[in-house]
Design a protein around this ligand. Sequence first.
Ligand SMILES: [Zn+2]
Length: 501
Amino acid sequence: MVASTFNPNDPSHSSAGAEASLSRRSLLRSGLLAAGAFASAAAPSAAAATARIRRGRPRNVIFCVSDGMSASVPALAERFSQRVGRQRGTALRQLASDPEVTQGLLDTSSLDGPVTDSAAASSAWASGSLVANGALNYLPDGTRLVPIAPLLADAGWRVGLATTTRITHATPAGFASAVPNRDFEEAIAEQMLGVEVLLGGGRSNFDPKDRGDGIDLLERARGQGYSVVDRAADLDAAGEGRLLGLFSAQHLPLSLDRRSDPLLAERTPTLAAMTTAALRRLAVDDRGFLLQVEGGRVDHAAHNNDAAALLWEQLDFDDAVRVALEFAAARDDTLVVVTADHANGNPGLSGSGGRYRATSELFDNLAWQRQSFEQLLPELLRREVQVGTDDSIGECLLTRTGFAASPEAIRTLRQSLRREPTGETNPQLAGIAGQLGSLLSAHNGIGWVGTSHTSDWVVCLAKGPGQEAFEGLLGHAEVFPRLVDFAGVNHRNPTAAADRS
Ligand SMILES: [Zn+2]
């Protein structure tokens, strides 16, 4: 536990809002308001309207993260949405062109240097301290930092986490846990119970059959008042209060693969559906909340140099951003932030043909891809081992991506499937994912600089009360004081003695 840092006498805090919130909280504790609590989520009450929080101080924050979203991705996703995906524009484009939005950038450096991983990035947002890559809210000297979720809970806020990865994966974990190594996901799962709403994958880290210590965290969660669900349909049916929704043993399936599998589609909620469910749970009274919404698998598709999978993931994220913006538009107390923890692979659509006029035609070929590399690569490897012919590999590519690869390209791909040198001079692209991505760039026009995170500054858009706090270029660690100040939290974590970069 952390010491209470909420100070209702802080003159910069809306005292009317705080009092209203506190009195409602006491009533809720006594059970008097419980029956009516849900109604206030659907229609903001008159009391909420009169206790209007002035501009500059949101009561609620929805923090949307497209994990691994390079600067090029919003423009690619807009084009993809218009031409290939759904014949309409993206919420991100709408937000970016809103004259009222605050446009900023985040410098993503971690304690290790210019390239961060998701653990260090989320930790910096959640603790205000740079940590080394791989650590979650731990300094190199072993100092444990207090992350934002317990700090906000102590100040009376609710916290929710919704993601397409395992819920114990680095980005959500950074807000609610502290472990020296992000791979300690069973320990992270234990620390996460207490967060009001947890939605994503990663059931194996809660299930006694899969946990190394055999502890039943699902049962523990029920004992702590959580509704525990594992199917999309149950999201709407579950009752009120805390919610733990784990819709896959590991990460949720990629959107591209879900599109071609009706069973997966029915079982797995979209990020937008999880965001809607989380908001319904969090916005039940005048207490503030922080909801982190993560499109966590944009990053995985970028590591695989899989342009089509990445863009379908980004559209899934975009739908969730739309839900967040619509929620905020219906009230005056909610700040929406949309950003990334780092760039990854830096995909770029290069101009093709005379006067670049073949560019769109190539880009539209993305529509032919029916399967993510996550499924395609094992199939290619299987064929190389079991069949081992150019025809078999060529047929697989053609039917699953629409690309009729040249005989030379197929031979090069087969060399990489056999882990033989291909002559590729960029070591980042020498692996099988890089080779497949490069091969398909002749089909869809999208090239990659590598298969890992990059040092780019990332976009940060903010709309709602407090948005001005996100103007200009900020370091990741500068996000923390802004977020906790909204809740009147004064706690500051220690920082590492020396920047190792
Ligand atoms: Zn990554």
